[in-house]
Design a protein around this ligand. Structure first.
Ligand code: ZN
Length: 364
């Protein structure tokens, strides 16, 4: 069998990939928080994982890979949008407005990723559907001495987990010195992070042993990955911006809840995206969504081509030049027909010929 080597953030080495169970290779990718359209950077991990999952299905068999990509539909930004609509006079309840916003955003995300040729995952769990599992995991963490309840919150005690900081290569003391951490009187340590927080009447909430509240973001992924992939699985991925604190906190939660298990064997992190050499930001006026590009007439396969032409662990620069080059290469691959990129006319099937100017595809 072809050998796959993956750069593992956990060990900081490139390693031969050996699945725990070759009959069921299991992957988890942190998916979107569904409060708005996916911007171009959001598409990068989805496309990187799409290629990896296709490769694994090719090697192990289509039915021997389980790919989970979650949906975070509990989030303060979703709440804020629902509250905005309420203020504008919507007759719907806040719960309905939150569900409405999440539904429309999920539909956009699926359509936009499909336009980029990304196959849907096997499971697309929503955080709101796994609240009991999150509460159960938090209870386990409290029982094992890794978490504590305080003033309606439940916090993870980072000092109780000696490996805290290993994934991102930081020590807790360095983190406190350098980070902007939320100081709250009920925290034992400034780095302790929220597993559960109270909700007032204007916010979505679920009954729990600690009162009506909602989960923190990190516990969502720990609970959903365990429910669908088990306490040990093969590959966990996401953008490098999630390495700390999100993934570090996932490791802490999952490893402390299941000390006999190993959680993710391999951690993959893709680098960030820039636009014309600059960080994409609304204030710089270079912020755009996948849909903005599609609506401007840039075909999804061109976006995919540009994205995958840069190694996933290198910063990816979206430029107008690369877009034009990608269109030209794809047109040549199609045999120079006048149909333009994106048109698939039955009368002019793409030729298998590869021109000598084909870009070199990056190797993992
Ligand atoms: Zn996650």
């Amino acid at each position: 069998m072809v050998e796959i080597r993956l750069t593992n953030t956990r060990t900081r080495r490139k390693e031969v990939f050996a699945p725990l169970d070759p009959a069921n290779v299991r992957l988890y990718l942190c998916g979107p928080t569904v409060y708005d359209r996916a911007h171009l950077g959001n598409a990068r991990p989805t496309l990187v994982f799409d290629v990896l999952v296709r490769l694994l299905r090719h090697l192990h068999g289509a039915d021997h890979v389980t790919y989970v990509r979650n949906i975070t539909d509990v989030d303060d930004k979703i709440n804020a949008e629902a509250q905005r609509r309420k203020r504008l006079g919507s007759p719907l309840s806040l719960e309905d407005l939150i569900a409405e916003r999440a539904e429309e955003t999920i539909a956009w995300y699926r359509a936009d990723m499909a336009a980029l040729g990304a196959a849907p995952p096997d499971h697309e769990p929503r955080a709101t559907e796994y609240i009991p599992q999150m509460i159960a995991m938090i209870e386990t963490l409290i029982a094992r001495g890794h978490a504590y309840a305080a003033e309606g919150h439940v916090l993870f005690d980072v000092r109780s987990f000696p490996d805290y900081g290993k994934l991102s290569g930081r020590s807790v003391d360095d983190m406190i010195a350098g980070a902007r951490v939320e100081v709250a009187p009920f925290k034992r340590d400034p780095m302790d992070f929220v597993l559960w927080k109270p909700s007032d009447d204007d916010l979505p909430g679920w009954d729990s042993p600690w009162g009506r509240g909602r989960p923190g973001w990190h516990i969502e992924c720990s609970a959903m990955s365990e429910a669908l992939l088990g306490p040990s699985f093969d590959i966990h991925g996401g953008g490098i911006d999630l390495q700390f604190p999100h993934h570090e906190n996932e490791v802490a939660q999952s490893c402390c809840a299941h000390p006999q298990a190993s959680f993710a064997q391999v951690w993959l992190h893709n680098e960030m995206l820039q636009v014309e050499g600059k960080k994409m930001s609304k204030s710089l006026g270079n912020f755009f969504t996948v849909r903005d590009l599609l609506d401007r007439g840039v075909p999804g396969e061109v976006i995919r081509f540009v994205m995958l032409s840069t190694h996933y662990r290198k910063p990816m620069d979206w430029t107008e030049t690369k877009r034009a080059e990608a269109e030209a290469v794809l047109r040549r691959w199609r045999g120079g027909g006048g149909g333009g990129v994106g048109s698939r006319r039955a009368s002019s099937p793409p030729r298998a010929r590869r021109p000598p100017s084909s870009p070199r595809w990056p190797t993992t």
